[in-house]
Design a protein around this ligand. Sequence first.
Ligand SMILES: [Zn+2]
Length: 244
Amino acid sequence: MKKTTKPTYIIFTSIQRIKNCSLYYSYKMNKNGVTGSIKIIYQQLLFIISIPLLLSCGYSDDFDNEEIDRNFSAPDKIIKVNIIYVESLETLGKSSYTLDEVEFINYLNEGYFHRFGIGLELSESKSLINEELYDLRDNTGSEPSTFLMQSRKSYDKSKVNIYIVKRSNIFGIAGIGRDQRVLITDENLFTSTAPHEIGHALGLFHSHEPENIMNTVGKNLRHHFNENQEMKIKKRIDEINLKN
Ligand SMILES: [Zn+2]
């Protein structure tokens, strides 16, 4: 959105400052005579010169904002992403997952991340055979700890790692996110669960702000990070990228 400047306000405050300055130096002049009056003229001239400078600074701000608008699709922070399909020995090789990975990354970027100057970039995709992770039904209530335990050898610390599991093999959980690791059920890939869990994986906690991606409710309304969250994510991305 284009920022509006208020040149009238700047002129008004500058005039006010000149007036205040005049009053102050009138008082000084009575005490200091001619030297004082030269100082008054000098100070007033400085303020008059500063009016167009303040105005041009305002216009410059507008121009910068337009530049940012145009650069939304060219993020300044890039984080690489690995996609890991969780399989069991029985399902491996039977193409049980049918995800269009490019479409998925585009969905995340265009829908949630690019507007904050953050870009996800697909690095590699692979399969992981892990019976316990594939069938989380045996771990009801301890899914997060099971996930962190079972993924510790397969995740890449220099990336965000998205593990995908079958919805039918997990109860009550749409996703888990922590420590650069995300687990998402296949039915929730194209919902706000995906950026929510990625947010956790990049160090964010829950938020109660309406429409915030990190809110636990309003799944269909969640679409933005606040400034503090954006800053945290970018800082975390910098730290992760140092490991590359
Ligand atoms: Zn959460």
